[in-house]
Design a protein around this ligand. Structure first.
Ligand code: FES
Ligand code: FES
Length: 207
């Protein structure tokens, strides 16, 4: 009987001693130090912990690590290296930044890995198909419109090989005095977001 787990994570093969009861998310985070995979609910409800196993999106918080024996895993850390040989963000990662789809960021690895699997299967995914694919991937900051726009922009970039299209923001907004208000308000908003996360979701604070 084979008493080791052998798995390939982001192109690197690992052979590890099994730990009874260990989940794949814990193995990735604690033993391989791939902390980009987040644990939100830890009970298959939020999909923050989504990784690809043999090309399919899977919630890793309930996936027994021992079942990953012989499998190929891709985590959020694996995407940046997959475009060119040099370290470069994947178009999905670029698009999430360009379109302001990242707020607190906790759900974003799960959103991106789910979108990555979708676009691998369906490079022409429509907005409705994106919504359906992400229906179980929860964002408590409610950034869904920006997330959808980012995925559409990344899909276009992947299809055409062109750079990720930036959102259409009128030049005038950059000089408008409301921008001064937004900039001066950014810090309190950030503090508010962190405060609500720490108070309302104690599990987040611990991770
Ligand atoms: S942490 Fe895995 S589904 Fe929420
Ligand atoms: S950005 Fe989605 S939970 Fe905060």
């Amino acid at each position: 009987m084979n008493n080791k787990i052998s798995l390939t994570v982001n192109g690197i093969k690992h052979t590890l001693e099994p730990i009874p009861g260990e989940t794949l998310s814990t193995l990735l985070r604690n033993r391989l130090r791939l902390t980009g995979t987040k644990i939100g609910c830890d009970e298959a409800e939020c999909a923050a912990c989504t990784v690809l196993i043999d090309g399919e999106p899977v919630v890793s918080c309930i996936y027994p690590a021992e079942r990953a024996d012989g499998k190929t895993i891709v985590t959020i850390e694996g995407l940046a290296q997959r475009v060119h040989e040099e370290m470069k963000l994947h178009p999905l990662q670029e698009a999430f930044i360009e379109h302001g789809a990242v707020q607190c960021g906790f759900c974003i690895p799960g959103q991106i890995m789910t979108a990555y699997a979708l676009l691998n299967h369906n490079p022409n995914a429509t907005k409705d198909e994106i919504r359906f694919a992400l229906k179980d991937t929860l964002c408590r900051c409610a950034g869904y419109p920006s997330i959808e726009n980012a995925i559409l922009a990344a899909a276009q970039a992947l299809r055409t090989g062109e750079p990720v299209q930036k959102p259409n923001i009128p030049d005038s907004i950059h000089t408008h005095k409301s921008m001064v208000w937004i900039k001066s308000s950014a810090l309190p908003f950030t503090q508010m977001t962190l405060f609500s996360m720490v108070c309302c979701m104690p599990k987040f604070a611990a991770r």
